[in-house]
Design a protein. Structure first.
Length: 117
């Protein structure tokens, strides 16, 4: 299951129940709306999810608080705005792909780091 860093996601969203180290099921699933595709989905729970990610070149286990469980999504989504609320800066680095715009997604790297206050 791919995990995407999404600047349009208002919450961290995960598909697989197994990623949650704690999960509170919603008695009545809540409807959500994906702004970009105008599609509707069901939020079935909320909790703490833990995934392994490559951060600044190192594999690390990252825990996401107040993450939504949405089994019908096609990928996990990490919210840039939620990271920013925690003081984490996200930088997107685009590398030259020789002009082939179809490959641009293959050359995007992301760096996270805690802001120094």
């Amino acid at each position: 299951m791919p995990t995407l860093i999404n600047s349009e996601a208002s919450d961290h969203c995960f598909v697989n129940r197994e990623l949650f180290i704690s999960l509170t099921p919603l008695h009545q699933p809540t409807m959500g709306l994906a702004a970009a595709k105008k599609s509707i989905f069901n939020v079935t729970g909320k909790g703490k999810a833990k995934i392994e990610m490559c951060v600044n070149g190192t594999n690390r286990n990252i825990t996401f608080e107040d993450a939504l469980h949405i089994p019908e999504l096609c990928s996990n989504l990490i919210s840039v705005s939620k990271l920013a609320e925690k003081g984490i800066k996200v930088e997107f680095d685009q590398h030259d792909d020789g002009g082939d715009k179809s490959k641009i997604a293959n050359y995007v790297s992301v760096s996270f780091y805690q802001r120094q206050g």
